[in-house]
Design a protein around this ligand. Sequence first.
Ligand code: PGA
Length: 294
Amino acid sequence: MKPRCIQPGNGTRMQYCLAMLALIWYVFKTTIPSNGFGNRFASMIIAGNWKMNLTRQEAVALTTAVIPAASDNLGIILFPPSILIDTVRDHLASGNGNGGEGIALGGQDSHAAASGPHTGDIAAPMLREAGCTWVLLGHSERRADHGETSAMVAAKAVQAIAHDLAPMICVGESLDDRQSGRAGDVVEHQLRDSLTGVEPGACFAIAYEPIWAIGTGKTAGSDDIAQMHGHIRSVLTSINADHAGVPILYGGSVKPGNAGDIFDQQHVDGALVGGASLDADQFLSIIRSARSRA
Ligand code: PGA
């Protein structure tokens, strides 16, 4: 069969169109921060914080179970220990077409510097190179175990964003703060200090995790969650109107039994799940709850 002939004129026009498309794509990629969800936030985000858990084999089995749960109207992020990121990334890639491409990867921390003499730490560009689009910052366990302050979290967030990673910045009060009525003030200070230097338009999320609810089986009451998420939304908006739509996730003993009630609260845009994210059945059940409300 004779090949279809492209007229010189058409060819030139086509080359011009292709060049314009390439330019638009380049500008889009380089100016809009990415979060692994096609440069927009999914309406609900369910994130699994694996903390310092799982063998390589267990990580592969869990990833295999989660891959089919990916869907367009829900963002799923896995935060494995950094040594397992490559394995999980490769496994997600092998699940391309089945949903693997719809699941984003994140690191559990990244340093405020891009490289240098910081034994044991990991840098934002390393996570990016490994295929991460997210990083958890300021988790209360890191604040407690490593003495991280909100100022340090802000420096890490700025560095992460500079390397096209979306930080998920964790805030939350202690039991003492809550019982003495200081929870709102404590969270507001954490937010303001952890976001210093984060430019309007940057891609990030907030995870509200009351410290006393993490890994304890205790969850904040629905009213407290709704009230705190509303407070966080108004603090974000007062820092910069551009931050108004930032996703606010709840974390702290989220389980299949309480997830639906949590997701029904206003300003709850998903969950950061620890213990239950290590169990495929529980994690999938939480994902289903979120999807039915997305
Ligand atoms: P948990 O952990 O679900 O086990 O309470 C949540 C977290 O620390 O992110």
